[in-house]
Write a new protein. Sequence first.
Length: 441
Amino acid sequence: MTPTESKRSADLLRLLGVGFGIAVTIGGTIGTGILRRPGSIAQELGDPWLILLVWVVVGIYALLGSLSVIELGTMIPKAGAWYVFSRRAFGDFAGFLIGIASWFGSISAMAFGASVMGEYCALLVPAWTPYIQLIAILILVAFVAFHWVGVRLASKAQEVMSFVKAVGLLAFVAVCYAYTPNEPLDFSTTNKLPVQGTLIVALLGALQSVFYTYDGWHTAAYFTEEDVNPSRNLPRSMMGGVLLIVTIYLLVNLALFHVLPMNELAASKLPAADAIQRIYGPASAKAVTFLLMISIMGIINAQIMFNPRVLFAMSRDGLFHKAFATVNKGGTPGAAMLLTASICAIMILTGTYGKLSDIASFFFVLCYASGFASLIRLRHTEPALPRPFRAWGYPYITWAMLVASLAFLVGVIIGDPFSSSYAVGFLILSYPAYLLVKKLN
């Protein structure tokens, strides 16, 4: 351990490189969604071409979005990502709003992941079923203890878990394609189901599910302050990571199409398990459960790394209590991590993470829109700021991404007004909360 690492300060440590950036992009994005959500998407759309189109469209969105985030991240290499960009472009209140939205949205996702992990533990050991909440909280405690050791260990663990996760998913694809189905893969009209309701509503529902599954494509931007060379590493990390994610997602969908007829896929709550059981029989379901648990571990590891850094950055800038702007000797913002994990545990105990998860896509896309808007504004207000990387296709691509994000937000509100009302209420309450924080600081 170097002298820099051994002292307590308010400075994060520059330890990370492109390998970690790719790993945290994959680990922070690929969770259980790709193994669970293809069934509900098939139920909504019923057409393999439409299903693939939705996954490709959101993948292109993530890839083009990464161009804007890379410019912002290399231009302002500070921890906090969306929060940092919004505050620099639009001031303290915008930064506070986006920071809190990002933080709460990710906490709900982390609580959901820990709870699902508890459920899978209970599947493997049925006697644990009454203790699912306790297991979920113990999982959080274990991750907090692990991350308290320091960034170096946590980053290496992320690299290992992301590698195992990617290999596991590719192995799943290979196993599926080694199987000869009774009904060969057919993209003709005979393999389609009627669209549930109107096509627009079905597409919006599918897009919302896929957006949630892709969230995390920007994760590497949270760590630019700790990257040894963000100008070189962030473009490689984000673009390489996103391309790998899109490839894996499309391959998994194609593998499911190969094994399961569309009507069975649409009726499945866990298509990956059903596909493996069709190939190897009921006893093989535990293999998918194990893969799901690895995926969840990787995403929780990433979330408990990046989410406290938002709170840390806000506290350092006077938009949260200064006690959370401290870093322990291993480079972890310890106080911010403890508060993040505590709120997560409360959500698990009260079950509120379920409702917050329903509106998490709203928060995530709001953050994306703020990033694109921030890039446009900073190009005008700070044109002389050093930009090691310039977003390709600016301003056309950036404006298109902003419009697409805002249109999606409107679509979510129209498609699910009940859940969206909670998100709108959050936005309204954020201003008095901001004023209170400013007064206390």
